[in-house]
Unconditional design. Structure first.
Length: 60
């Protein structure tokens, strides 16, 4: 998951901080999702996908 998430973020041209802000989550939480140490719930996954302008299936 983490590589797909990171690839989509880079494709969108965003930093982790920018992505977290757009998804309305903390930067640290986003970093954990991208590192693969924690998995977001569906609600948060939807917010991240929206921030990256992609489908949940593209990142998780």
């Amino acid at each position: 998951m983490n590589e797909r998430l990171k690839a989509q973020r880079k494709k969108a041209g965003l930093t982790q901080k920018q992505t977290a802000k757009l998804a309305e989550i903390t930067e640290r939480a986003y970093q954990r999702y991208e590192a693969g140490t924690v998995f977001p719930d569906v609600r948060i996954a939807k917010k991240i996908a929206k921030a990256l302008n992609c489908l949940i299936e593209d990142i998780f």
